[in-house]
Design a protein around this ligand. Structure first.
Ligand code: HEM
Length: 189
């Protein structure tokens, strides 16, 4: 019995890395958010056309998917302990936690504001053309205008947080050389 357990001991799994599911959620969301941001910027500059309509739909569907995956990710994060912080000055650890907290907030605020904007503008969202989603607010032109601005601002805020996050990773890899990125990559140990 003891030999069988020694090959698989979940309680003693090394805490130098995030677990596999946390990594999967991290990278899926990273790609989806960067994609939704790029499509968002591109589509708004297009003239009215079938392509523009198609991209708006894909943007909305991807955004709602990001919202759902973010909810799963938050749940996972709250129920699974991450690896301990690497040694670093206290202010850097505080800054990292602040940026991570704000990123989680933005994962919800950006898609929710987009969804609310669509509702206010009178365009209910039908997820992948199959699942009609409820309107978050009643159609209202003035509110739609405010929500559109809010969605843009929040999306730029999210982009700024992602840049700060990436800047910190580069700093850890190039200056500190402390293996920070490996914590979010599959591997041994
Ligand atoms: C993380 C998810 C999302 C990101 C990163 C994102 C990002 C963006 C960006 C960068 C823009 C362009 C802003 C500009 O004009 O400069 C945009 C526009 C837009 N987004 Fe999103 N978005 C997300 C989710 C959503 C969702 C869930 C919906 C609706 C269900 C949505 C609906 C829209 C609409 C309708 C516009 C066009 C606004 C206009 O006509 O100017 N977005 N988004």
């Amino acid at each position: 019995m003891t030999t069988a357990r020694s090959t698989f001991q979940p309680a003693k799994v090394s805490k130098t890395r995030y677990d596999g599911f946390a990594m999967l959620l991290h990278w899926v969301l990273a790609v989806a958010i960067i994609g939704a941001f790029g499509v968002g910027l591109y589509m708004t500059d297009l003239p009215i056309s079938p392509t523009r309509l198609k991209l708006y739909n894909w943007h909305k569907w991807a955004g709602v998917t990001i919202l759902a995956v973010s909810a799963l990710r938050l749940l996972w994060r709250l129920t699974h302990r991450p690896p301990a912080d690497l040694p670093m000055p206290a202010w850097q650890a505080r800054a990292a936690h602040l940026v991570h907290g704000l990123l989680y907030l933005a994962f919800f605020a950006v898609p929710l504001s987009g969804w609310a904007y669509s509702s206010a503008a009178g365009f209910p969202v039908v997820w992948f053309g199959v699942l009609p989603l409820p309107n978050l607010v009643a159609p209202d032109k003035e509110l739609a205008h405010t929500l559109k601005e809010a969605h843009e601002l929040l999306a730029y805020g999210l982009a700024a947080l992602v840049l700060a996050h990436l800047g910190a990773v580069v700093k850890h890899m190039v200056l500190d050389r402390d293996g920070l990125l490996q914590r979010m990559l599959p591997g041994r140990g």
